[in-house]
Design a protein around this ligand. Structure first.
Ligand code: GLN
Length: 342
């Protein structure tokens, strides 16, 4: 190794130490301060979800160049639930294009609950892909030769985002299938208006399976970092989604991703995010980082209480709001990215 190379390697290592170590400390500090009070309620309308330990709390941050920062139970497995929704919307877009997908699913936020049985009266479309109606319509658009092939495509898509093979939690899946009458009602209403083609039970099975994909907070952070990185998984280098559709996912997450708290979240945090009833939140800071959080206790709108708190704190501390005025010369990504050796 030449003298010059040694010097640049030293510089790289010391720069990494100087930026990454304080960030790790800050993350731990933010994590600790977000723990209490651990209020809210674990979701129980899908009986299997009620078995979650209310004390679980994990947070992960992954940068667009693949550095990872974990605190707490970031390896605890849970089911992805509604956090799956933007990704299925992406799969539908890649296969059918914008025009067809938008003829079946709107992109308009509604201040109603995620499981609301409402369609847009003028177009008969579900309002957006982040509520159950829109997500079931997106699942209907997943192509395949037969049902196993459709499930395979859904799983391999999540595999690209997570950088590993993903599995379905069969007891949550069975629990959803046994109790999902409201989702069946929504699907039938959409079939009545020609918004889904069916076979309906098969599409519902696919939807219940996508909700039952097993992830960790770390996985959510990798998925978020993939979206932050123009669709390229920063750990594997694999293109998880065509780059032209990344903005479609981020836009609907930004306007509709946090249920009927979406407007407030966009105002306060200013970064696209998606939550799920098992307690996960996935949050994307475009061009910089992905954040994944998991804590099962939810507020009245169905968002993780500690997840909101910790994301809010990270966004505030590092000025992540995408509409933050001022110059961006000192972005968090620049802080954490070591210079390349010359
Ligand atoms: N599987 C859940 C349902 O359909 C997903 C809902 C959610 O996470 N909000 O009700």
């Amino acid at each position: 190794m030449s003298h010059e190379q040694t010097t640049s390697l030293d510089a790289l290592l010391s720069r990494m130490k100087s930026a990454a170590a304080p960030f790790r400390d800050t993350l731990r500090e933010v994590y600790e301060s977000s723990r209490h009070p651990n209020d809210g309620h674990v979701a129980d309308y899908i009986p299997e979800l009620a078995r979650a330990d209310p004390e679980w709390f994990g947070v992960s941050v992954v940068t667009v160049d693949g550095q990872t920062f974990d605190v707490g139970e970031s390896d605890q497995a849970f089911t992805i639930q509604s956090v799956s929704k933007p990704f299925l919307f992406g799969l539908a877009l890649e296969h059918h294009g914008r025009e067809h997908v938008l003829s079946k699913i709107g992109v308009q936020p509604i201040g109603e609950a995620f499981n609301s049985i409402t369609l847009d009266e003028a177009t008969n479309r579900p309002f957006n892909p982040m509520i159950n109606a829109g997500a079931i319509a997106a699942a209907d658009l997943v192509p395949g030769d037969d049902f196993p092939d459709r499930v395979r495509r859904m799983r391999s898509m999540f595999g690209r985002y997570c950088g590993k093979e993903v599995y379905i939690d069969n007891s949550v899946f069975a629990s959803e299938r046994a109790t999902g009458h409201r989702n069946r009602a929504i699907a039938h209403l959409m079939m009545n208006f020609g918004m889904v083609d069916g076979p309906l039970e098969e599409t519902l099975e696919l939807y219940f399976q996508q909700c039952s994909v097993i992830v960790t907070a770390r996985d959510l952070a990798v998925m978020a970092a993939t979206l932050a990185n123009r669709g390229i998984n920063p750990l594997t280098g694999e293109q998880a989604i065509a780059p032209e559709f990344v903005k479609d996912l981020l836009s609907v997450m930004h306007t509709c991703g946090m249920y009927d708290y979406a407007g407030e979240w966009a105002y306060r945090l200013g970064v696209p995010a998606k939550s799920g009833v098992s307690g996960g939140i996935l949050c994307v800071v475009p061009g910089q980082i992905g954040i994944g959080t998991f804590s099962p206790k939810l507020d009245a709108k169905g968002n993780s209480v500690r997840g909101i708190r910790v994301c809010q704190e990270i966004a505030n501390r590092f000025g992540l709001h995408i509409f933050e005025a001022g110059d961006r010369t000192s972005s968090l990504a620049d802080e954490l990215t070591p210079p390349r050796p010359v």
